[in-house]
Design a binder for this molecule. Sequence first.
Ligand code: DC
Length: 210
Amino acid sequence: MVIAVDGPAASGKGTIARALAAHFGLLHMDTGLLYRAVALSLFRFGGDAASEFEAARAVHEIDKIDPSDEELRSEIVGGMASRISAYPAVRAALLDKQRSFAGQAGGAVLDGRDIGTVIAPDATIKLFVTASAEVRARRRMAELEARGMPAHFDEVLADIRARDERDSGRAAAPLEQAVDALLLDTSEMDVAAAVTAAIGLCEERAGTPD
Ligand code: DC
């Protein structure tokens, strides 16, 4: 079974994807971390994020980044990841890694922006997780505060909106709901309710023959 979980920044898709992986006994890949690792490589090892060629070259450096590195989850790296993810050459260089993870025996859960549309178009189950920009900004604030990085609501909201526009407006594999994806709006849900709803949708869909 392959589960594709897509959605905008701070929609809760990562938390949901991890919970689904634990529930169904599947391995999980956070594909946003790959783009974040490319961005951080450019910062750390040098390279111009304005150059598609240099950004694509940085894909070969991402194994040098520790996945538990706190900086990977920072807003600056997230914003830069959103920028370099618009380059077709970067997306192409990251494709095989994601496709082979999705194709592994035993199945997988992947979360990102283009899993249901590009990476795993034949996924067993596709979820598109969303929430209003205001709710997502509040969640992002809470996350940043918990990490000792307090921020201003207006700035976080503006950032979320800019990221939505960039991720949805780019030509290469934009963020969009796959036609066969199930929509889960978590605006009015806490984490537990969102996870329960996601598991329910997957069980329903898995039990429904095509
Ligand atoms: O999910 P995230 O915030 O960690 O992702 C960071 C950026 O990476 C996001 O703004 C767009 C890009 N991304 C992408 O283009 N495709 C994916 N499958 C995952 C992330």
